[in-house]
Design a protein around this ligand. Structure first.
Ligand code: FPP
Length: 264
């Protein structure tokens, strides 16, 4: 008899049903999510934009919990792009910062309960100092967890990440007296990957974008080279664990070719 798949604890009825449709041996090792649609969610309810961001925190919670429960090793969330700073009203940016600090302070206990380790990518040093201090505290408080790694992209932009990686490669060659070697050999792909903010992560297998927009918006441009893209019309504040499971089910139907010819 075929052994029954063990259902992870803590899933609700719908999540259990969806989980049973999955092949637990082929879960994505890394899922990245572009959380979009908070503003539209709020507008649809005649609420200020910040109400959408506030509701989006519940989606972050539900998504992380479900991902951790089913055994996804890495989840990366695009929380604030580098462009968000320049192109949004100061009051909204200020609110998002406060929301992040509140989230981190409240969530560390739950992250620890779920064995989730927190990491960040992005130009952290440009964030307000109190935000940086809370981020460092939360990271340290979860550093010994061994389950899922939750990476928050904060003040993140893929082009600046690549620029920072190239600068770091040159810098380290200069420090070690290796500039001539670098000039002769050039920069290879591995060296770039090792100097990205995501050096601690495998490339995402699956990238999800909510709210129906078909764009990458300067997110993980290098790392998403062979990722499967899943776009859902669901707005981020409505996104829950069951939507994550639907995305994974769709991912498992894809044939990944990595530039090869596939099965046919
Ligand atoms: C995009 O929606 C969303 C953001 C810019 C912010 C994402 C932040 C959260 C989900 C909450 C806080 C996050 C954490 C990790 C605690 P949008 O405002 O661009 O929506 P729109 O395109 O409908 O205007």
């Amino acid at each position: 008899m075929k052994p029954r798949t063990a259902i992870p604890e803590g899933l609700d009825q719908k999540e259990r049903e969806l989980f049973l449709t999955l092949d637990p041996k082929h879960l994505p090792r890394h899922i990245a999510i572009i959380m979009d649609g908070n503003g539209r969610w709020a507008r649809g309810r005649h609420l200020p934009r910040i109400a959408g961001h506030r509701s989006g925190v519940e989606s972050v919670r539900s998504t992380c919990e479900t991902a951790a429960r089913i055994g996804i090793p890495n989840l990366t969330l695009y929380a604030f792009s580098a462009e968000n700073w320049k192109r949004r009203p100061k009051t909204e940016v200020g609110f998002l910062m406060k929301l992040l600090v509140t989230y981190l302070k409240q969530e560390v206990a739950t992250l620890n309960k779920n064995n989730i380790r927190l990491e960040y990518i992005g130009r952290k040093h440009e964030l307000p100092e109190d935000v940086q201090a809370t981020m460092a505290w939360a990271r340290e408080a979860t550093a010994r967890n061994t389950g899922m790694t939750l990476t928050l992209a904060l003040n993140y932009g893929a082009r600046s990440e690549l620029a920072d990686a190239f600068s770091a490669i040159v810098e380290s060659a200069a420090k070690n007296g290796g500039l001539e070697h670098l000039r002769r050999k050039g920069i290879d792909e591995d060296a770039i990957s090792r100097h990205l903010y995501t050096a601690h992560l495998p490339d995402p297998d699956l990238v999800i974008r909510t709210s129906g927009e078909m764009r990458l918006s300067n997110f993980l441009l290098w790392q998403l080279a062979y990722s499967e893209i899943y776009v859902t019309d669901v707005l981020w504040p409505d996104f829950r664990g069951k939507h994550l499971l639907e995305a994974i089910a769709d991912f498992q139907k894809r044939e990944r070719r990595f530039g090869g010819l596939g099965k046919t």
